[in-house]
Design a protein around this ligand. Structure first.
Ligand code: FES
Length: 648
């Protein structure tokens, strides 16, 4: 008892402002851990390793935390340290205190792109409702309640060989009698009764489709009588505090079953939170939602299903299961109808997941005559090349730069994020547009694509991405040995400082786009096709429909094809999840797609490293493969004077 009291007295009360969230923690735990416990909105890109420098918080009562670590001395300036800035993952708690999370360290309310293309699909959901009127039992007809129900379904709807869930049988006598023998029966997959309700409720049957992204969750509530979406809701993936990329989360899950369960529980909590909001909004009871489909990359798939993901991170990166998984909703903790089920679409390989199968389903690449390329851009970008004859897929470690991470003023598409940038090639003046037209506070993905393209056209950088230090512009300067270009002046911004793009940021963007470009050229080489053979390029994922396809082409994110062949399809993975929810045939097709796609492991390709180096140039070391961009650069007088060295 005495020990217990002593333990409780050691608990420190931590308050996170401006949200006012609180946590009680033991001394010596990190502020980041306390923030996770409190559910506070705090970015932690590297998962607490002390390398990303994004978990910045302000601590006024300095004596209540341990001294700055080496990582903090490296990642924070002396001015910042003396102003009370600390890295939450490094600062250990000594006493009760208040922690302020500055705006730049919050994920904030974001504009999350959840809309995707609509692909027409026949309505044939696995869950259906049937209304029946039963004859009452009599001495001459003393059949069991269940036999009476099954016989009526056979007679009226020709449904045979049905089984009933035990929980349905348990409540059957009271439901039938209360309903005066008029009930609605919900049947899953034509052979299992999962619900019996009084009266005729055939017009109330709903389904839930979820795209479990590394960064965001997108939930769609559908009316299964019409196949239409009736409400949509995004949410940041609550696993983010455990690390922003899949490897960090896999590493966390590898600590043991408790850690794996922790990751599974937080993502299911998020999925349930969206479900509750959607249902509230359109007056649907979660009990009227009978099925859920889910897509996600293979790591998200495993973590959602509580499957140990260790081997996804170890060569040759095999998934535990490739086929689609059907599981009872209650087994994974999803709060739809207690007898409802969850179908998780099949995956292709360890790094090409169910989300990519869904993209192929939604874009219908698998049935097209035309040669298509699809890019699903995210922290990991998947590239698919093919048509109804063959499909190749690879996964590119593009990293989170296009989602704002590792970029000095990078942020997600929240209010005030610069989302579009243009530059005058003569005056080098900058025009930008921000989300909600608010004062700028950072730069989001679509502008992160615009910036190198605009800098190149203006001659501020060369094709190697190097800033030209000889330019005469007040926007160009050197800070602590790093060149940077000012996009928005302090007076215009809401963060009290200039918003800049640095030489280091440009390197990060180049690395990200080089990874994607390497994927595209490797698949083209494998399929022995050239740019002119490609009929359609689909761009899906992270930026939604906000990306400027021309600038993405100028920076060499995809092969140079005419813009009329480029199709921005938003969250196509979400579309695929919805299609699999309303159509049995679509669901069968996902299994065929997953078997048919040939996975190409980029790191195994003999020329991989050279391709990566060549792809680092903007748009590419071999400019002859970008004739339109070359013409544009010539016209602007920015075409390289010396030949670009190529890696062979
Ligand atoms: S430095 Fe703290 S989470 Fe990355």
């Amino acid at each position: 008892m005495e020990r217990r009291c002593r333990k409780i007295s050691e608990l420190k009360d931590i308050v996170f402002q401006p949200e006012g969230r609180r946590a009680n923690v033991q001394a010596r735990v990190s502020i980041l851990k306390a923030a996770k416990l409190a559910g506070a909105d705090l970015i932690s890109i590297c998962g607490g390793k002390g390398s990303c420098g994004k978990c910045r918080v302000v601590v006024e009562e300095r004596e209540k935390v341990g001294p700055p670590t080496k990582a903090e001395e490296d990642l924070l300036t002396p001015d910042e340290l003396s102003a009370g800035y600390r890295l939450a993952c490094q600062a250990s708690i000594k006493g009760s205190l208040t922690v302020r999370i500055p705006e730049e360290s919050r994920t904030g309310k974001q504009r999350l792109q959840v809309e995707g293309i609509e692909s027409p699909v026949g309505l044939e959901p696995l869950v259906r409702k049937y209304f029946v009127q039963l004859p009452k039992p009599t001495l001459g007809d003393p059949r069991s309640d269940l036999d009476r129900l099954l016989e009526e379904l056979r007679k009226r709807y020709d449904i045979k060989n049905l089984k009933a869930e035990y929980s349905v049988v348990k409540t059957l006598p009271s439901v039938l009698r209360k309903a005066i023998w008029e009930v609605t029966v919900t049947i899953f997959n034509g052979d299992k009764i999962i619900d019996v309700e009084p009266g005729d409720t055939t017009d109330r049957i709903f389904g839930y489709a979820v795209d479990i992204g590394t960064t965001k969750l997108a939930g769609y509530l559908l009316d299964l009588n019409t196949g239409k979406v009736i409400a949509v809701e995004p949410l940041m993936n609550p696993q983010i505090p455990f690390g922003e990329d899949v490897i960090t989360r896999i590493t966390y899950a590898m600590k043991g079953s408790k850690a794996l369960m922790e990751l599974q529980t937080v993502v299911v909590d998020g999925i349930n939170r969206i479900l509750e909001d959607l249902c509230d909004r359109v007056d649907v009871d979660p009990g009227e939602v009978y099925e859920m489909t889910a897509v996600g990359n293979t790591a998200m798939h495993h973590l959602f299903l509580n499957i140990y993901p260790r081997y996804l991170a170890l060569s040759p990166f095999p998934p535990v299961v490739r086929e689609g998984v059907n599981v009872d909703a209650k087994e994974v903790g999803v709060k739809i109808n207690p007898n409802g089920s969850v179908y998780v679409l099949p995956v292709i390989a360890g790094f090409v997941g169910a989300d990519n199968v869904a993209v192929i389903l939604a874009t219908e690449i698998y049935k097209k005559d035309e040669l298509c390329m699809a890019l699903d851009i995210g922290t990991n970008t998947e590239v698919v090349l093919g048509n109804k004859e063959y499909m190749l897929a690879c996964s590119c470690a593009s990293g989170p730069a296009f989602e704002g991470a590792h970029i000095k003023h990078g942020m997600r598409a929240a209010s005030g994020a610069i989302e579009k940038v243009t530059m005058d090639p003569k005056s080098l003046e900058v025009k930008y547009k921000t989300v909600d037209d608010a004062k700028p506070c950072g730069i989001c993905g679509s502008a992160i694509v615009d910036i190198p393209a605009e800098l190149l056209k203006a001659g501020i950088i060369d094709v190697a991405g190097k800033i030209n230090r000889d330019l005469d512009s007040s926007r160009l300067r050197e800070k602590e040995g790093v060149l940077e270009f000012v996009l928005a002046w302090k007076e215009e911004s809401s963060i009290g400082q200039d918003i800049v793009i640095t030489q280091e940021d440009l390197r990060e963007i180049q690395l990200a786009k080089a990874a994607i470009h390497t994927g595209t050229v490797t698949l083209m080489k494998e399929a022995r096709v050239k740019e002119e053979d490609i009929d359609v390029v689909f761009i899906a994922g992270a930026f939604g429909s906000y990306i400027a396809p021309e600038n993405a082409r100028i920076i060499g994110m995809y092969p140079e094809v005419p813009l009329k062949k480029v199709n921005v399809v938003g969250n196509a993975a979400g579309t695929g999840a919805r299609m699999a929810l309303v159509s049995k045939t679509a669901r069968k097709n996902t299994e065929k797609i997953s078997k048919k796609v040939k996975y190409i492991e980029l790191a195994n390709e003999p020329n991989f490293k050279n391709e990566l180096m060549n792809s680092y140039y903007i748009p590419y070391a071999d400019l002859s493969r970008y004739p339109r961009t070359s013409r544009l650069l010539r016209r602007l007088g920015k075409y390289p004077k010396k030949p670009i060295p190529k890696f062979k």
